[in-house]
Design a protein around this ligand. Structure first.
Ligand code: A3P
Length: 302
C-alpha cells in the first residue's frame, strides 16, 4: 500500500506501519543486519516526541565526564539513527562503523516500531529507552518540522492535511498509537530491558526521570556528588543551552536528510498545540486517543 506524503514523496505501509520511501531501504537493512551488543542502549521514539533531547540526555548520562562534547556535536551525530546513519547506505561497509562510538558505550536511536524491530532488540540484553509525547504536541511539532524539509519548498504541508493524515495513521512511522502501544506493552512485559518515559514527565520532573534512566542503564548517580552530577546533566541538555550552540543553530543539513540541523530545536514546550489546533481538531484527536489507548492504562489523562 502506498500513499502520497508531500510532492513526489510517498509513504509505504509495511507490516502495519507507514514508512517514508526515503528510509525504507535503511529500515530493511537494519532489520537484516543489526545485532545489538548486550551493552548497547537503543533510544526508540516516534518522530517529534523528544528524540533530540533524549539523545543528549542518554549521551550525558552514559558519558558524564564528557559533557563538553555536547557543545561541539549535534545530538543526532552523537547518537546515530540506525535506519539513517548506520544502515542508510546500500554499501554496508561504508556505513557508520558500528564498533566505533563517540562515547564509552554504543547508543543508537530508531524511529522504527517495536513490532518491526522486535527480533533484533530481543537478540541481546541491550537496553531500550522509549520516549513518547502527547499526540497533539507531537503532531504540531511534526507539522512545523516537515515544512522545513527541502521537499516542502515544492509543496507545503497544511495543518488540516497534517491532522487528517495523523488521525488516519498515514504519517511517517505511523500510526502513532500503535507505535506507542508496542513499546508500552514491551515495557510492561520486560521492564528490566525496556524503559517507557514521556516528554511531559521529563519536563515536569527531570531529576527523577534522569536518575531513573541512569539506574535503568546500570550507571546510577551515587556518592556525595551524585545529585550535583544529575543537575549538571540536566542543565547541559536543556533546550536553552543546547539550542544556542553553533552546531545546533546551523542551517546546514546532515548527510542523511535534507532538513537544517536547527529544525530539531523549535519551541521545546508542553501544550503548544493550543496555538495551532482549533477546538474541533482537538476534540477529534482526543476522541481518537481515548479509543486507541482504551484499556492500555496509558491515556494522557484524556
Ligand atoms: P517542538 O517542535 O514542540 O518545539 P524530536 O527530537 O523527536 O525530533 O522532537 C523535536 C521536539 O523536541 C521539538 O519540539 C523540539 O523543540 C523539542 N526539543 C529539542 N530539544 C529539546 C530539549 N533539549 N528540551 C526540550 N525539548 C526539546
Amino acid at each position: 500500500q502506498k500513499e502520497k506524503w508531500l510532492a513526489n514523496q510517498y509513504l509505504y505501509k509495511i507490516n502495519g506501519f507507514w514508512l517514508l520511501d526515503y528510509f525504507v531501504p535503511g529500515i530493511s537493512r537494519t532489520i537484516k543486519h543489526f545485532r545489538p551488543l548486550p551493552s548497547d542502549v537503543i533510544l526508540a521514539s516516534f518522530p517529534k516526541t523528544g528524540t533530540t533531547w533524549l539523545k543528549s540526555l542518554l549521551f550525558a548520562i552514559v558519558n558524564r565526564g564528557s559533557l563538553e562534547l555536547l557543545a561541539r556535536n549535534h545530538p543526532h551525530e552523537l547518537v546515530p539513527i540506525l535506519e539513517a546513519q548506520v544502515y542508510g547506505s546500500a554499501d554496508i561497509e561504508s556505513c557508520y562503523n558500528t564498533t566505533d562510538s563517540p562515547g564509552s558505550r554504543r547508543i543508537f536511536s530508531t524511529h522504527m516500531a517495536h513490532q518491526l524491530l522486535v527480533r533484533n532488540l530481543n537478540s541481546s540484553e541491550c537496553r531500550v529507552v522509549y520516549v513518547t509525547r502527547n499526540p497533539k504536541d507531537t503532531l504540531v511539532s511534526m507539522f512545523h518540522f516537515v515544512n522545513k524539509w527541502k521537499i516542502a519548498e515544492k509543496e507545503a504541508l497544511q495543518i488540516e492535511d497534517a491532522v487528517d493524515k495523523f488521525c488516519r495513521g498515514v504519517f511517517p512511522c505511523g500510526p502513532y498509537y500503535d507505535h506507542v502501544l508496542g513499546y508500552r506493552q514491551e515495557s510492561l512485559n520486560n521492564p528490566k530491558k525496556n524503559l517507557f518515559t514521556t516528554y511531559e514527565d521529563l519536563k515536569a520532573d527531570p531529576t527523577t526521570q534522569v536518575k531513573k534512566m541512569a539506574e535503568f542503564l546500570g550507571c546510577p548517580f551515587g556518592g556525595k556528588d551524585g545529585d550535583k552530577e544529575v543537575e549538571e546533566v540536566i542543565k547541559s541538555c536543556s533546550f536553552e543551552i543546547l539550542r544556542n550552540y553553533e552546531v545546533n543553530k546551523s542551517e546546514n543539513s546532515p548527510t542523511w536528510f535534507e532538513v537544517p540541523y536547527n529544525s530539531f530545536f523549535r519551541k521545546g514546550e508542553v501544550g503548544d498545540h493550543m496555538n495551532f489546533l482549533d477546538d474541533e481538531k482537538i476534540a477529534l484527536i482526543d476522541e481518537i486517543t481515548r479509543i486507541k489507548f482504551h484499556g492500555s492504562g496509558f491515556n494522557y489523562g484524556i
